[in-house]
Design a protein around this ligand. Structure first.
Ligand SMILES: CC(C)(COP(=O)(O)OP(=O)(O)OC[C@H]1O[C@@H](n2cnc3c(N)ncnc32)[C@H](O)[C@@H]1OP(=O)(O)O)[C@@H](O)C(=O)NCCC(=O)NCCS
Length: 450
């Protein structure tokens, strides 16, 4: 894709141009770290690190974001800073997902012309291979939405430009360009096939071929295929949600994708691997689990229960050895920064019937619980490192309140996580990262070293 001329003004850079321009300095840094500092100790690894799931080991090289106890920064900027500086889509109050995608790839804020041109490029890619659509339509509605997307991605892999390039002997230092082609196709295609899964599962196939708006953004076209054309609240919800959830450092799904990617697995199958690990209820699957938990709690003790009733309910969960979904975090040690924009969204765009509907009652319960549950958990699970609510305490419920079925909510998250990870995938190839090959160690081997 070449640089686009912009009506006599300075040429508008494409994402290919921007990455190409950034690459030499990043390769130079990569080479410096590899050659000059290879023997410098970064961290003393302890038995506790090994026994505790590699917790706290700064050992996953990531280009698009960095994590530490204070949270996550994307090319050095916090989510809050990014929300202030990234452009919004025409008529939208939310950070544009396309702007976030651009930023993750490039570390630079797109100007208006770049954003428009980038969105147009993505819109021009809004075509899922017929083989994938036919396969999707053949799937039983009994299969979960996430499993359907995972299966569709495995068929999509037949159309990977990265794989074609690999098979036809493309030079190693050019592989990132083919990966970027697949990645850009997937940014727009994954939401479209997800909407098709939704149409097949919940809407008798309606709107699965509805005409898209070639001048729209991914969220608007997703809404069209979800049968929500013109539904501004829904489209804004998707923009907000996707821009918040794209990348979260090397968490379980991202780490899985990195491992797959390190063996040069194609982008589609890599994405499928991340979605599989994302279903775990301790990780992204908590988004559905927290929603179910809140539903059950409202049914059992009502939307505005006394603190004592909440405590009794939570103690029953803990007595069974279960976790309370929506609380705690493997990394963050204070309130999840993503909760702030989500709460703002709820306040500025309240759902209808919020007083009497099941969804309204749940949102009230969540707001109520977020003030009392951290203390309950602190007293009953003192070993929890953070008892603050995490993003999953609220986000599934909000999507449910906007009419999405529980089963589909994880897919909305999967779409955005895939967008973020693909930026990392392209940089994995651009930097020429090696295959991951840590050593495994048995408890007996550890004992023998002590
Ligand atoms: C996210 C999570 C997996 C992090 O786990 P972690 O890094 O082990 O967290 P901690 O170190 O604080 O955990 C210490 C202990 O408290 C427990 N704990 C943590 N969060 C808990 C919760 N929400 N409810 C009950 N117990 C919890 C852990 O299971 C662990 O118990 P163990 O010592 O018996 O293994 C955990 O907080 C959790 O399971 N939360 C609920 C699920 C959820 O909302 N996930 C989405 C995260 S965005």
């Amino acid at each position: 894709m070449a640089t686009v001329e912009s009506h006599g003004l300075a040429p508008v850079q494409t994402l290919f141009d921007v990455i190409e321009a950034r690459l030499p300095s990043r390769l130079e840094l990569f080479s410096k770290l590899t050659k000059e500092f290879s023997d410098v100790t970064l961290h003393n690894m302890t038995v506790g690190n090994v026994m505790g799931g590699m917790r706290g080991l700064p050992c996953i090289l990531w280009e698009v974001s960095g994590t530490d106890k204070a949270g996550i920064t994307y090319h050095g900027k916090s989510l809050r800073e990014l929300q202030e500086v990234l452009p919004k889509w025409r008529g939208s109050d939310q950070t544009s997902p396309e702007a976030m995608i651009w930023y993750l790839y490039s570390g630079s804020i797109p100007n208006r012309a770049e954003l428009e041109q980038f969105a147009a490029d993505l819109a021009a890619r809004a075509e899922v291979p017929a083989e994938v659509e036919e396969f999707c339509d053949s799937l039983s509605p009994d299969i979960s939405s996430t499993a359907q997307l995972i299966m569709c991605l495995t068929v999509w892999a037949n159309h990977s430009k990265f794989s074609d390039a690999l098979m036809s002997g493309a030079p190693r230092n050019k592989l990132w360009r083919y990966a970027l082609e697949d990645a850009l196709d997937s940014h727009v295609g994954t939401p479209l096939i997800s909407a098709r899964i939704y149409a097949n599962k919940y809407r008798d196939g309606r709107d699965r071929t509805a005409p898209l708006n070639p001048l729209g953004d991914i969220a608007e076209n997703f809404a069209i295929r979800m049968g929500r054309k013109g539904d501004t609240d829904f489209t804004e919800l998707i923009r907000m949600y996707w821009s918040l959830h794209m990348d979260h450092g090397a968490n379980v799904s991202a780490h899985t994708m990195r491992l797959s990617s390190s063996a040069w697995t194609d982008p589609y199958l890599t994405l499928a691997s991340g979605l599989i690990s994302g279903t775990g209820v301790l990780h992204a699957g908590a988004i559905m689990q927290a929603l179910r938990y809140n539903q059950a709690m409202v049914a059992a003790i009502g939307p505005e229960p006394s603190p004592e009733a909440v405590e009794t309910y939570i103690c029953r969960t803990l007595e069974k050895g279960h976790v309370v979904p929506g609380y705690g975090h493997a990394l963050l040690r204070s309130a999840d920064p993503r909760l702030e924009p989500i709460t703002r969204f709820i306040n500025t765009r309240p759902i209808t019937d919020s007083g009497s509907s099941e969804q309204g009652k749940m949102l009230r319960l969540i707001a109520h619980n977020s003030t009392i549950v951290p203390d309950i958990l602190r007293r009953h699970v003192p070993r929890m490192k953070s008892t603050a609510p995490n993003v999953d305490s609220l986000s599934g419920c909000l999507m449910y309140a906007h009419g999405l079925d529980i089963d589909f909510i994880l897919l909305v998250m999967g779409c955005s996580r895939g967008m973020g990870f693909m930026a990392q995938y392209v940089w994995d190839r651009a930097l020429g990262l090696p295959i991951e090959r840590p050593l495994s160690v048995t408890m007996d081997q550890i004992m023998a070293k002590l």
